[in-house]
Design a protein. Structure first.
Length: 240
C-alpha cells in the first residue's frame, strides 16, 4: 500500500513558495510516497519534481476555466487557462489523462451551485476530490463525498498544500498502480485520511503572491538548482 497526497502545489504556482527539494524532504519525513503535483496552470514544476523524487509523482495541473478549476492528472502537455470546461476536459482526454473536480464546494461565498458539478460536466469526470484539507467547512466535505457516491465517481483526497506544513494532511492509502486505468482501480480500493487545515493557511498563499509580485515571478524561469524557484530572483531583477 502507498500513501498518496493527491493535491500538492510547488513554487511553480503563483501562490506557493515551497521548493521542489523541500517538498521531497517533507514527504520522506511523513512517509508520503506518492503525490500528484497540481500547480496552477502549469506542469513545469511537476515535471522537474518527478526527475528528483525517489517516489511516484503524478503530473497534474489545476486549470482555471471561466467557471472554476478542473484538475487533469497523468498529463504530458500543459493545458492553457481560460478555456471552456468542455475544451479543457477534451484536452485532458486527448493526452490519455484523467479528469477531476477539486474542492467542489466551499471555496466561494456565493450560494450559487458550482457549474462544474452540473450533470453535463460530471458525465465527463473521472474523479471528485472529496477531502481537501483547505476546504473550511466539514459540511462541504460531506457534500463532496455525497456527490461522488451519488454520481459513482472515484473519490480522491489531497492536502492542497501550498506550504510544507500542510503536506500530508489529507491522503489516500491505496494499492500501487502503474497508469491511469490502474490508478482508478486502486483509488476505488483506497481509504481516505484527512485533517482540515487552519483557514490561516490561505494567508500563506496571499504572502506568496505578494513576494512574487515584488521580486518577480521566477517560477516561470528555469531555476539554477532543481528545487530552487528563487535562485535567480536577485540576478533577474538586477538585469532589468
Amino acid at each position: 500500500m502507498i500513501k498518496a497526497d493527491l493535491h500538492i502545489h510547488t513554487c511553480y504556482s503563483i501562490d506557493c513558495l515551497s521548493t521542489l527539494e523541500q517538498i521531497v524532504k517533507r514527504c520522506l519525513e511523513l512517509g508520503i510516497n506518492c503525490i500528484a503535483v497540481a500547480d496552477h496552470n502549469t506542469i513545469a514544476g511537476a515535471l522537474k519534481l518527478r526527475e528528483i523524487a525517489p517516489f511516484k509523482v503524478i503530473i497534474a495541473e489545476e486549470i482555471l476555466t471561466p467557471v472554476g478549476e478542473i484538475m487533469g492528472l497523468f498529463l504530458n502537455e500543459q493545458i492553457p487557462r481560460g478555456l471552456s470546461p468542455q475544451e479543457t476536459i477534451s484536452r485532458i482526454r486527448s493526452q490519455g489523462g484523467l479528469v477531476a473536480i477539486p474542492h467542489p464546494f466551499g471555496r466561494s461565498l456565493s450560494w450559487k451551485s458550482n457549474p462544474l458539478t452540473s450533470a453535463e460536466i460530471l458525465s465527463k469526470v473521472d474523479i471528485i476530490e472529496t477531502f481537501n484539507s483547505r476546504t473550511p467547512f466539514s459540511s462541504d466535505i460531506a457534500r463532496a463525498r455525497k456527490l461522488a457516491k451519488e454520481q459513482r465517481k472515484a473519490a480522491s483526497a489531497g492536502s492542497d498544500a501550498h506550504t510544507l506544513g500542510e503536506i500530508g494532511r489529507a491522503y489516500v492509502e491505496m494499492p500501487e498502480f502503474t497508469g491511469p486505468d490502474d490508478f482508478l482501480n486502486s483509488l476505488a480500493q483506497g481509504k481516505i485520511f484527512g485533517q482540515q487545515s487552519s483557514y490561516l493557511a490561505h494567508f500563506s498563499s496571499t504572502w506568496a503572491r505578494i513576494r512574487k509580485h515584488v521580486l518577480g515571478d521566477s517560477s516561470q524561469s528555469l531555476p539554477r538548482a532543481p528545487g530552487d524557484c528563487f535562485a535567480n530572483d536577485k540576478k533577474t531583477k538586477g538585469s532589468k
